[in-house]
Design a binder for this molecule. Structure first.
Ligand code: NAP
Length: 306
């Protein structure tokens, strides 16, 4: 099956690329292995995207983005991309179901949640250890939970968890939070949230289900057990560059190097969203990347193929 543009990843970057590709009359396809939305598909609230009303949860906003680009002609397939190969002027895309040929590729695979790497984390995954408050928060009604991390995700999802949990402990490895001040203020004002600073989780313990976390104060060296029923991990993300790591130039952390034109070192291969090395990773910057990649992709096609 031949396309002008294949977009890999159905988060805000990929869906914006699809919208702009369709509006430029390109035959385009979005490949997404899971549900549309990427990281925001599991985000409780997205209240810093312009025009996104209070009721726009991550899944609602994602569905709206998908509906909008499909209405303009973007095809959407729930398939997992396994391989991207440049063959002459074209790319061959192999998924778990099909093989496609395309003039351009927009790599918008985003990023995956990082693990703490402590003892018990893998053992209790799905048994109290979670990386998604929207998915699992409901199971912790009237229970105590720990949130690990000090960034925007940890605090926002911590606030969301107070809708269910009796108590939310936010455990952060420094005495200064990374989250923006507005989110910090909201979290600090929430009576159900207690911060445990300068502390790391050494071990997650339990018996079938999580029962406690072993915490170490990094300044005093003191260790203690905190009884909790769940541990929500929000310690950042790593880029999903596996498919293009041998083609595109990456930085030392694995993010793709591309300029404001979203062009990689491979002609016809563009990137968009959190997979790209950039300063501000937000829904709005991911959407902007997608739009730019599609516009520049269209220009590339008209210069090289017509
Ligand atoms: P982040 O900003 O990278 O923060 C990760 C947090 O986890 C940091 O506080 C970090 O500590 C801590 N951490 C990292 N590795 C750790 C480890 N091994 N053990 C314990 N703690 C560890 O990640 P994020 O909060 O997921 O945000 C990712 C991006 O999305 C950011 O650009 C953020 O602004 C954006 N975002 C925005 C919103 C919003 O605007 N509403 C919501 C969510 C995310 P240190 O601070 O000590 O490094």
């Amino acid at each position: 099956m031949d396309y002008d543009m294949i977009i890999i990843g159905g988060g805000p970057a990929g869906l914006s690329a699809g919208l702009y590709a369709s509006r430029a009359n390109l035959k385009n396809l979005v490949l997404e292995k899971a549900e549309a939305g990427g990281q925001i598909a599991t985000t409780s609230e997205v209240d810093n995207y312009p025009g996104s009303p209070k009721d726009a949860t991550g899944p609602v906003l994602s569905q709206r983005m998908k509906d909008q680009c499909e209405a303009f002609g973007t095809e959407f397939r729930k398939e997992e991309c396994k391989e991207i190969v440049k063959e002459g002027d074209y790319f061959k895309i192999v998924t778990n179901k099909e093989t496609y040929k395309t003039k351009t590729v927009i790599a918008a695979m985003g990023a995956n949640p990082r693990e703490i790497g402590c003892k018990g984390e893998n053992e209790f995954r799905g048994m109290g250890v979670s990386y998604c408050a929207t998915c699992d928060g409901f199971f912790f009604r009237d229970l105590d939970v720990a949130v690990v991390g000090g960034g925007d995700s940890a605090l926002e999802e911590g606030i969301f968890l107070t809708k269910f949990a009796k108590k939310v402990y936010i455990i952060h490895r420094r005495d200064e939070l990374r989250a923006v001040p507005s989110i910090q203020d909201k979290a600090k004002a929430n009576p159900k949230i207690e911060f445990i600073l300068d502390s790391v989780v050494e071990e997650i313990k339990g018996d079938g289900l999580v029962q406690s976390v072993r915490i170490k104060n990094v300044k005093s060296g003191e260790e203690s057990d905190l009884p909790v029923d769940g541990v929500f991990v929000f310690v950042g993300y790593y880029p999903s560059t596996e498919l293009i790591k041998d083609m595109a130039t990456l930085d030392e952390s694995g993010y793709v190097l591309a300029g404001e034109d979203m062009k990689t070192n491979v002609p016809g291969l563009f990137v968009a969203g959190d997979i790209r090395k950039k300063v501000v990773k937000q829904v709005i910057t991911a959407a902007a990347d997608g739009a730019i990649a599609a516009v520049l992709g269209e220009k590339y096609i008209s210069e090289h193929f017509e």
